[in-house]
Design a protein around this ligand. Structure first.
Ligand SMILES: [Zn+2]
Length: 649
């Protein structure tokens, strides 16, 4: 198992390297991640490549037996390049060029940037292809992060037009699908199509979705350029990865496409960052891990595991003693099998002065050092268990087109895509079930339960797959607005909502209502939930049951005849429909009903205590993590604040 740190020796006096590495060794490190962001150090003057600094780092590391993950440095290009070719700089939606000075401000479609990328990557990989200690290449850094997924420059505009031309071939076809007859937007030629920059009211929804698809294509195409190059040049013993950031549902970037081309997925795990008063909810952190594992349906690496408080301008919550260690255990539970901490030492200068690491500015080995040291010592004996495969009976599905569709029209001020995923994920998380978070592109036919949050795009093909799944006995849980749109982001015509899934859900929806931020509606249980009351927000579908059983209805003067939550027996399967942003307490009952009905393994635990079950060597192993600052007793074990334990069940 690789356990190590992100090391930026170039930030410090060269004479500190030996002592740094000596202390890393004491901490238990066997791998360092270097090189990302150091383009200027490798090519100070255009065309003069010099890797001697990193030769030295690698040689010193070898003395301690350190392996290396080396980053291609393209996330931060040298100042001379920006000065010579300002056209490489990306532009925001107001046509403002992003200045040299931050990071990731290059345009993925700039032919000049792509040429310079090829040169530096070629020279770098060629130089180190035979270096035995470099076991992996990291391509760039956090593609699409911090708004770098979007660019509105002239180069991108031309490429977007080309992208549309290739997709639609004929302008009349595009006009028809976009419905440009509306507001007289009909195009005579592809070159007339705008980028969706700010305008009065809003752009065409299909144009907006195509732009998001185009942005994703641009990032993936640029990534492919590097991946192909590295593949061609690298040593056989070297693998390729990329470090994905969290918050992926907010970016115009389908990470599945890139993950396919990588040898393994890497993730930068930050449960807290600048400005957060509290860390993310435990279920939110867990869902991100399950998403990363789902990208390749395989275990993955964490190459930036948070240790200290973080912040560029505003600083966030300080992880309490042992809390960051517990997050590391949580990552291992969910399928991380090699881990590097961010970062060895916080840098006293530069933009990330307040992104703290294991060692602080005093350069002393303190509490955080000991915490990482103890984690490495404690986790190492479990290597085989940690590397074992994770099997889940439940899959939560997402679709990149659907995410893009909601991004363009959120419909309610209260709507947040990630929160809607969590609304369905969290009740099953509380029952400590294993959940895969996967794209609809993946085969989901062998799962027992599908969670399908706010899937407003459902085309015939996807509809058939859901139908087949239910037919043979699977359970599906849809939430509101499901199935209202086609793959072109247009509303299905001459179909009653929820359109293609109407038959399997056994319901129809004639009207619905956006519930804005403080707008809450009351619901009341029927049947086995008779009399139980709850609230919903964000949206409500006014459901009319056709063959479904009503589990909850609205407590409402006008709509008390309409259902809010239903379940339909469809052949051998069951199809639930949650027609509103229903509160957690109600959905916990539904989740429990489903896991009992499907005879899935589940464990009830006190709130804040996560128990992740791994099957290994015909035995069940529990990864128990206390996410709270209180002592909790579970199955006779005392779990101190933020304590983690691994044990046989
Ligand atoms: Zn651009």
């Amino acid at each position: 198992m690789y356990l190590g740190v992100d090391y930026y020796p170039e930030h410090w006096d060269v004479n500190m390297m030996d002592e740094d590495m000596q202390r890393m060794k004491e901490m238990g490190v066997n791998i360092i991640r270097i090189g990302e962001f150091a383009w200027h150090l490798m090519e100070k003057i255009e065309g003069y490549y010099d890797f001697s600094y990193f030769d030295q780092v690698i040689q010193k590391g070898k003395k301690h037996g350190f392996k290396v993950m080396f980053g291609t440095p393209t996330a931060t290009f040298p100042a001379w390049l920006a000065k010579k070719h300002p056209s490489i700089l990306s532009k925001d939606e107001y046509n403002h060029e992003r200045a040299f000075g931050g990071r990731r401000q290059y345009c993925f479609n700039s032919p000049i940037y792509r040429e310079y990328t090829k040169k530096i990557v070629e020279k770098l990989v060629d130089h180190y292809k035979e270096e035995a200690s470099i076991i992996a290449w990291q391509i760039d850094n956090e593609f699409g992060h911090e708004g770098s997924d979007l660019c509105y420059c002239e180069e991108c505009h031309a490429k977007f037009v080309e992208f549309l031309q290739k997709k639609y071939e004929n302008i009349n076809k595009l006009n028809e699908i976009y419905g440009t007859i509306f507001w007289g937007q009909t195009y005579n030629d592809f070159s007339e199509i705008p980028l969706p920059k700010p305008t009065i009211t809003t752009h065409n929804p299909t144009l907006k979705l195509d732009f998001i698809r185009f942005r994703s294509y641009s990032i993936n195409d640029y990534g492919k350029l590097q991946i192909d190059l590295v593949n061609k040049l690298k040593g056989k013993h070297q693998k390729i990865t990329h470090n994905f950031f969290g918050g992926f549902f907010e970016r115009a970037y389908d990470q599945n496409e890139m993950a396919e081309k990588l040898d393994f997925v890497s993730y930068d795990n930050y449960p807290v960052w600048g400005g957060l008063v509290e860390p993310l909810e435990p279920s939110h952190i867990a869902m991100a891990h399950d998403y990363m594992r789902g990208l390749k349906n395989k275990n993955y690496w964490i190459v930036e595991e948070l240790m200290g408080a973080q912040g560029h301008n505003i600083i966030g919550y300080l992880p309490r003693p042992n809390q960051a260690k517990m997050w590391a255990y949580q990552g291992m539970a969910h399928g991380c099998e090699n881990m590097l901490y961010f970062r060895w030492r916080g840098m006293t200068r530069g933009a990330e002065q307040f992104c703290l690491g294991i060692i602080d500015q005093d350069n002393e080995t303190g509490r955080k050092f000991k915490e990482v040291q103890s984690f490495i010592k404690d986790i190492t004996p479990y290597e085989d268990l940690i590397k074992s495969e994770i099997k889940s009976s439940i899959a939560m599905l997402y679709d990149f087109d659907n995410i893009g569709s909601w991004k363009g029209q959120q419909q309610s001020y209260g709507f947040d895509f990630t929160k809607e995923l969590l609304r369905l994920y969290t009740p099953f998380y509380y029952l400590n079930t294993n959940i895969d978070v996967i794209s609809i592109e993946k085969d989901f036919s062998s799962y027992k339960v599908l969670l399908v949050p706010v899937m407003q795009i459902i085309d015939e093909d996807l509809g058939r797959r859901f139908e087949a799944f239910a037919k043979k006995g699977g359970t599906i849980l849809f939430s509101f607005r499901a199935g209202i749109k086609d793959r072109n982001n247009n509303i299905h015509f001459e179909k009653v909502f929820p359109c293609i899934i109407r038959e399997i859900t056994g319901i129809k929806i004639k009207e619905g209502e956006a519930l804005q931020e403080d707008h809450k509606v009351f619901i009341i249980g029927k049947d086995k939930y008779e009399g139980k009351k709850g609230t919903c927000s964000v949206w409500r579908d006014l459901i009319i049951s056709e063959s479904a059983k009503v589990l909850y209805g609205y407590e409402d003067k006008f709509y008390k005849e309409n259902a809010c939550i239903t379940v339909n027996q469809y052949e051998k399967g069951k199809v639930y429909y949650v027609g509103a942003g229903v509160e957690e307490d109600i959905l916990k009952d539904i989740a429990k009903e489903i896991v009992i009905d499907k005879e899935l393994r589940y464990i009830e635990s006190p709130k804040g205590l996560e128990v992740y079950v791994r099957d290994y060597n015909d035995e069940e192993w529990l990864f128990i993590n206390n996410h709270t600052d209180e002592e909790i007793i579970f199955n006779g074990n005392i779990m101190m604040a933020y304590e983690s334990k691994i044990m046989k069940r």
